[in-house]
Design a protein around this ligand. Structure first.
Ligand code: SAM
Length: 240
């Protein structure tokens, strides 16, 4: 979108460099000026959510971990681990745990398994972390293999299944009875997940003992301008 904005901006400005009717020149400048406003907002969003803005990333990972009602004993899985950030934070927070991170590492994101392994080494937790290529829609694990599962901002991105609820079901499949989960995504987006209330009821019907939803904007503070971007996001957490 940023490239598209720059392209349109140039298309509007380039003719003004040539000898054209002055009124047309003014009209093009005005349109280009108006065009810059959403572009500036987009750039602001881009920089706010970029990997360089560690503050927001850590705040959200901390929230996911804070909501995980786990004692840190056993195996945890981070679904859609990206560059391994949440998995690494989890391993650091729970020094007796072993953590798996899976991702399909497609072209959309500039992340890779090697990057995850390098990051885990830098953070001193590499010996307790395993990264594996897999899709969230078909996890390569047996039922009830993990004591805890986490995921941050992944399900809405998954392309190989249309039914978002199936993804949650697939994640919970690999969780042990009594195990804990904390999953963050755009769960309040009706188009993707249906009504939140129905989603929670369905999760309970799958045999999940306890599930709660926490809206992200109630949990962390972000600049006013950013709030609309986070309005559907939240954490589903509880135990199986
Ligand atoms: C917004 S990033 C979040 C990364 C990470 N969870 C974090 O908090 O930094 C979304 C991630 O979802 C991953 N992803 C998308 N579709 C996936 C799928 N079908 N299975 C596993 N991961 C997937 C992408 O590769 C990307 O790493």
């Amino acid at each position: 979108m940023i490239y598209l904005f720059i392209f349109v901006f140039l298309i509007l400005l380039i003719p003004t460099l040539f000898p054209i009717v002055p009124l047309l020149k003014i009209v093009l400048w005005v349109i280009a000026g108006i065009w810059v406003l959403p572009f500036t907002y987009l750039l602001h969003l881009y920089s706010f959510f970029s990997a360089n803005n560690k503050e927001i990333q850590y705040k959200i990972w901390d929230l996911v971990i804070e909501k995980l009602p786990w004692n840190g004993q056993g195996k945890a899985l981070d679904i859609g681990t990206g560059a391994g950030g949440l998995a690494i934070q989890l391993a650091k927070r729970f020094p007796e745990s072993n953590v798996w991170g899976i991702d399909y590492w497609g072209k959309t994101w500039n992340y890779s398994k090697q990057q995850c392994e390098k990051n885990a080494k830098i953070e001193g937790v590499a010996e307790r972390l395993i990264f594996q290529k897999a899709s969230a829609s078909n996890l390569p694990f047996n039922d009830s293999e993990f004591d805890a599962i986490v995921s941050n901002f992944v399900y809405h991105e998954v392309r190989d299944t249309k039914d978002r609820r199936k993804l949650i079901n697939e994640s919970l499949r690999v969780l042990k009875k009594g195990g804990n989960f904390s999953l963050q995504d755009t769960f309040n987006n009706k188009k993707k997940y249906g009504k939140l209330e129905d989603l929670i009821n369905q999760i309970k019907e799958w045999g999940i003992q306890q599930v709660t939803f926490a809206e992200i904007l109630d949990e962390i503070s972000v600049p006013k301008l950013i709030k609309p971007e986070l309005k559907n996001m939240g954490v589903l957490y509880g135990n199986k």
